[in-house]
Design a protein around this ligand. Structure first.
Ligand code: ADP
Ligand code: ASP
Ligand code: MG
Length: 457
């Protein structure tokens, strides 16, 4: 069997869902399980509704809900024709009534908690999976709707819940295998799950890719296909650099590093389940299904270029910690990392000198409390609006003079921190957020003009 995940843009409209149906039809003999995202932009709009309701703007929340309702009704109507849509309408209506009820409740309480946020956000995938199932059925695919919340069981860390594989895997197998035996095509919303007690959770923004990989690993899929709006993983974000080229094949390790450092095309956690079961992952374009996309596998073929791609992650803050009273004392780093741990702040890049440590974090919420905590042992400064730029490629190992070439290409762009990851397949540095487009363009033209045709298209 195989898993086919369709992202927001791949189910954004009746035309997109129609294309997705054709793509699934072409794979029926391989027994697909389909995972879908919410329609494009819907998760953002649901979040906005929740925030409006939480801040007392009930009518604004309900107004936005009405436009979202209309978009779903119109899409379903266009896909199904009046006959089937009339029967199905009540089902969608019940979902939207429940959403509005929830928004009224949030407005009454005047607070949007992480738990309620997950409940609000879950409507995107609940709705899209229902519409896609109906549309597939109307096009002759024996589609069967699976509620992700019965299968993907997570902890209760709302808005970034962690799947519990020991429960999730058997649930997925028990649910999906009988359906596949009957040649049905399961359709499940990505991104959402539930706690053991049945409380709705989400696995983090962009998490439908991760859901697809979880399903693929649980069912020992032959492959996991991530259908999106670009031809595959590219040498850099095509939105940043129009010269970006498609990477034909890349290793798990390289792709994971790119996803982690900002290549939004894959959610950073996606590859972990695939790596564990050694399942190839393909990134494909639902608007251009003939294109071969990108194949992500355990060992990529050798490549004559130093790098496979450039990723950039914005909204980074640098925290500078300067030893005050503890100068020279051992245990300083431990004390710093303990503080980051207490405030659940993940650190991406670290550089140290004898008396100071600089660290980058990607979430600003915890910083004021963290800084207050660290102030007990050191002087702390922090500076936002930074970005991590990361060049990835297995050939960095053993290519000499590579750093010099990178920093020459960057020219006068000010670099704040530099790190060559312990994995030895990335070269990472921190710059001002505003410099990202120029930095990426300069690096792209320096390193991606003469490409190995075996690896790049
Ligand atoms: P989906 O809704 O299908 O999950 P996303 O918007 O999450 O799609 O991811 C696809 C987008 O990722 C692309 O449109 C592109 O702008 C962005 N992107 C960033 N870096 C890369 C990259 N290296 N290769 C391809 N796309 C990238
Ligand atoms: N709909 C969710 C989001 O927008 C999950 C996803 O699309 O992968 O974050
Ligand atoms: Mg995505």
């Amino acid at each position: 069997m195989l898993v086919m995940k369709f992202g927001g843009t791949s189910v954004e409209s009746a035309a997109a869902i129609d294309r997705a149906a054709k793509i699934v039809q072409s794979r029926l003999p391989q027994q697909p399980v389909v995972v879908v995202s919410a329609m494009a932009k819907i998760t953002d709009q649901l979040l906005a509704m929740g925030q409006h309701a939480g801040s007392g703007q009930r009518d604004r929340a309900l107004e936005l809900s009405r436009t979202v309702r209309e978009r779903h009704y119109n899409t379903a109507g266009e896909l199904l024709g009046t006959g089937i849509f009339t029967q199905f309408h009540a089902e969608l209506e019940a979902e939207f009534d429940a959403l509005d009820e929830l928004l009224r409740g949030i407005a009454a309480v005047g607070e949007l908690t992480p738990r309620t946020t997950d409940n609000v956000l879950s409507f995107g995938e609940r709705l899209s999976s229902k519409i896609v199932t109906q549309a597939f059925s109307a096009r002759g695919i024996d589609a069967y709707l699976v509620d992700a919340r019965e299968c993907i069981i997570t902890d209760a860390t709302h808005t970034r819940a962690v799947p519990m594989f020991d429960i999730t895997n058997p649930r997925l197998q028990a649910k999906m295998k009988p359906l596949l035996t009957k040649n049905l095509v399961p359709v499940m919303g990505g991104f959402i799950g539930s706690t053991r007690d049945g409380i709705t959770t989400t696995v983090g923004r962009g998490g439908s890719d991760f859901s697809a990989a979880i399903v693929g690993a649980a069912l020992d899929a032959e492959r996991i296909e991530i259908w999106t709006d670009v031809d595959g993983m590219m040498t850099t974000d095509p939105g940043l650099c129009s010269d970006a080229r498609r990477i034909k094949v890349i290793s798990f390790e390289e792709a994971a590093e790119l996803a982690y450092f900002g290549a939004k095309v894959l959610h950073p956690a996606t590859l972990l389940p695939a790596i564990q079961k050694n399942i190839p992952v393909y990134v494909l374009n639902s608007r251009n299904p003939k294109c071969e996309g990108t194949r992500i596998i355990a060992h990529a073929p050798s490549c004559r270029n130093a790098f496979k791609a450039i990723a950039a992650k914005k909204r980074i803050t640098i925290v500078d910690v300067v030893a005050a009273r503890m100068l020279g004392a051992h245990g300083f780093l431990k004390a710093i990392f303990d503080a980051f741990d207490r405030h659940r702040c993940a650190v991406d890049v670290v550089s140290t000198s004898e008396v100071s440590v600089s660290l980058t974090v990607d979430s600003n919420e915890a910083i004021p409390n963290l800084a207050a905590d660290l102030a007990k042992i050191a002087d702390v400064k922090y500076e936002g609006r930074k970005a991590i730029v990361c060049l990835v490629g297995e050939n960095i190992r053993g290519t000499s003079g590579i750093a010099a070439r990178v920093f020459t290409a960057l020219g006068d762009i000010n670099v704040r921190m530099i790190s060559q990851g312990a994995s030895e397949i990335n070269l990472t540095f921190v710059i001002n957020e505003d410099d990202v487009p120029e930095a990426v363009r300069r690096l792209h033209s320096a390193f991606f003009s003469d490409l190995d045709p075996e690896v790049f298209s």
